[in-house]
Design a protein around this ligand. Structure first.
Ligand code: ADP
Ligand code: MG
Length: 240
């Protein structure tokens, strides 16, 4: 499980995370909603050790992310992250892009890496795009490739940071369907999203972030149906 205990994070004088507490159980899907600048992305980058924290503790299956002795490369294999945009290598095919990390990071043979990459690209519905170059695909297909690339490392946890925000509205659905499929397969995931219908539909719990604080967390019906905090009500009013 992911255990976040009183996590504080500042950039210079700016305190961005003001004591976050959150446990995510195996198989759970937690979505994070909240206004721009509320610390959502920062939390994800702290969880997989891309950013240090200033106080508190984050543990992944008992391993403390920010302990000096923690092998962050190993940890990141278990915690995949997908961002708004991933710049694939333009001179490599889709298949070669997805094979890269299994080859370089896991040290797998070419055949084994290819087998895994084909499997994951098929999983996200891109089996017909293996030999295509990334820039010949739509934004939605590129995001599904980015998801396949993360899955190729066989992560136990997945973090998604607004993976549909840069997409044309027409292409959002196919990427959300891919996330929903992973959720239904039992992947443990934290999704930062602006897609409220998706959050309501797919989450076990929804967390609302406001100015570096997790102001409210609960079942989708609670958060969307009867939010308790005025900040949550105001935010939901503004996005509806
Ligand atoms: P969100 O994802 O909720 O929009 P972020 O976590 O990206 O918010 O950012 C929270 C705050 O931290 C913002 O004020 C942002 O400008 C600031 N911030 C984020 N990353 C950095 C950074 N690397 N250096 C300085 N400030 C940052
Ligand atoms: Mg963000």
């Amino acid at each position: 499980m992911i255990e976040i205990e009183n996590a504080h994070k500042s950039f210079g004088n700016l305190e961005v995370l003001k004591g976050i507490n959150l446990n995510v159980e195996k198989g759970e899907v937690v979505t994070i909603i909240g206004g721009s600048g509320s610390g959502k992305s920062t939390l994800l980058t702290c969880i997989n050790g891309l950013e240090p924290i200033n106080a508190g503790r984050i543990r992944i299956d008992g391993t403390e992310v920010h302990a000096k002795t923690t092998d962050l490369n190993k940890l990141r294999q278990r915690v995949g992250i997908v961002f708004q945009q991933w710049n694939a290598f333009p001179h490599l095919t889709v298949l070669e892009n997805v094979m890269l990390a299994p080859r370089k990071v896991l040290g797998l043979s070419r055949d084994k890496a290819e087998e895994i990459a084909v499997k994951q690209l098929t999983h996200v519905g891109l089996h017909e795009k293996l030999s295509v170059y990334p820039n010949r695909m739509s934004g939605g297909q590129q995001q599904r490739m980015a998801i396949a690339r993360a899955l190729a490392m066989s992560p136990e946890y997945m973090l998604f940071d607004e993976v549909t925000s840069a997409l044309d509205p027409m292409l959002v659905g196919e990427v959300l369907d891919t996330l929903k499929m992973l959720a239904e397969e039992g992947m443990t995931m934290i999704c930062v999203t602006h897609e409220m219908a998706f959050a309501r539909d797919v989450s076990d719990r929804v967390a609302f972030f406001h100015q570096g604080v997790m102001a409210e967390i609960g079942a989708p019906d609670e958060i969307f149906g009867s939010p308790r905090k005025p900040e949550t009500q105001e935010f939901l009013g503004s996005v509806r």
